[in-house]
Design a protein around this ligand. Structure first.
Ligand code: PMP
Length: 430
């Protein structure tokens, strides 16, 4: 499979763009090699600049739950675009989306639209600080909540892949306000609250982790967080940027039956265009400007195109049977992979919830970031490149989720399992 054009484009990109990419994980530092430059996508497939076709399990890192270039979404986008692309004034689209989301996720009584998950979490933390009059926040080792200063402490995703402890450029004074607990570890959280409880404005968590690979919460972990934060007057923020509309139309909060004070959304919400949001209890959200004094703004916030793609996506998702279909596809993929691991006696574990899944090599059980860091990264890199050569495009890092979309067919899943079987046979002959 020729990759000449991707190679040439990457050389050009590196000369003018730091690392040749506009977001670090795209550079394949976790697996080595030259990133593919993507020319187009259709359904569950992407085509690189050299014309090679792949079954895509990146899905733009989560947003594309309906697949690439979905006809209905493109149709709606074209209709909106003909009337202009941005006004910096309110539009009917935003009202419709806000009403729709609030109906799907009842814990959000009010919602503010922004353009990225980073903005959503950063703003939610700011509002929580204003509401409580406190400064500290608690996050979990390995959770990624975007790249605002205080949230870059012990973060997952690209930070974990690059092995960065934290980021230079974050003043120690900011980092000091962020306390770090261990995911799925009740004692680590309790200890922080016993010591700092009265100063903790918010606890932010990915209710199901996606940024140290997929790690679901232990039974009752989220209920414990809800009870503890309520006792200390701390706001509970669910970062559902990945899980919102991905694992259920009502997000992780609907599956686990836990109601956060604030929720952050992104990815699927924008249907592949830049859109994110934060929302929650009316009392808290009414602090946001101009209703209240907490400043938060954006030139392109609630952009008509992004909101149109989001609304079209949510309407498709709200149809009956969607999440059962995603679950069936995810289960088929998991079962196929598990069979191959067993057949070739490859040590590893698969964590999956619905259409998001991670295969960790060399470990039996992954419940937190420490477990995830034990995984066999060299084997992961061989797996990544082995699958790529067989036409399967996976997230190019071990601490990420594979995303299945509604566009993946049974044949796509079967081909993916067959490719994995073929790779495993070769890998164990080494
Ligand atoms: N929160 C979570 C849980 C995420 O996974 C991400 C991005 N992967 C973000 C926040 C940040 O979103 P964005 O990249 O849109 O800034």
């Amino acid at each position: 499979m020729p990759l000449n054009r991707s190679h040439r484009l990457f050389q050009r990109a590196k000369a003018k763009i730091p690392g040749g990419v506009n977001s670090p994980v795209r550079a394949w530092k976790g697996v080595g090699g030259t990133p593919l430059f993507i020319a187009r996508g259709q359904g569950a497939h992407v085509f690189d600049s050299d014309g090679n076709r792949y079954i895509d399990f990146v899905g733009s890192w989560g947003p594309l739950i309906c697949g690439h270039a979905h006809r209905q979404i493109l149709h709606e986008l074209a209709k909106t675009a003909r009337n202009g692309t941005t006004f910096g004034a309110p539009t009917e689209h935003e009202v419709k989306l806000a009403e729709f989301v609030v109906r799907l996720m009842p814990s959000l009584q009010k919602i503010r639209l922004v353009s990225s998950g980073t903005e959503a979490t950063m703003s939610a933390v700011r509002v929580a600080r204003a509401y409580t009059g406190r400064s500290k926040i608690v996050k979990f080792d390995g959770c990624y909540h975007g790249h605002s200063d205080g949230l870059l402490v012990k973060a997952g995703s690209g930070i974990a892949t690059l092995g960065l402890p934290d980021s230079p450029g974050v003043p120690p004074g900011f980092a000091k306000e962020t306390l770090v607990a261990k995911y799925n570890d009740v004692i680590s959280v309790r200890k922080l609250f016993e010591r700092h409880g009265k100063n903790i404005a918010a606890l932010i968590v990915e209710p199901v982790c996606g940024n140290m690979g997929v790690i679901p919460p232990d039974k009752d972990f989220l209920t414990f967080l809800r009870r503890l934060t309520r006792r200390y007057g701390t706001l509970l923020i669910f970062d559902e940027v990945i899980t919102g509309f991905r694992i259920a139309i009502g997000g992780a909060q609907s599956i686990y039956g836990v109601t956060p004070d604030l929720t952050c959304l992104g990815k699927v919400l924008g249907g592949g265009l830049p859109l994110a949001a934060f929302g929650g209890r009316r009392q808290v959200m009414d602090l946001v400007a101009p209703e209240g004094p907490v400043y938060q703004a954006g030139t392109l916030s609630g952009n008509p195109l992004a909101v149109t793609a989001g609304l079209a996506t949510l309407r498709l998702l709200a149809r009956p049977g969607t999440y059962a279909a995603l679950e069936a596809k995810g289960r088929k993929l998991e079962e196929g992979f598990a069979r191959v691991l067993k057949k070739f006696s490859i040590r590893g574990t698969i964590n999956r919830i619905g259409s998001m899944m991670t295969l960790f090599f060399g470990v039996e059980r992954v419940r937190n970031a420490d477990d995830a860091r034990q995984c066999d990264r060299e084997r992961f890199a061989r797996y990544f490149h082995g699958m790529l050569r067989r036409g399967i495009y996976l997230p190019p890092a071990p601490f990420e989720a594979m995303f299945v979309s509604l566009a993946h067919t049974t044949a796509d899943i079967d081909s993916t399992v067959a490719a994995f079987h073929d790779w495993a046979a070769q890998e164990t002959r080494r």
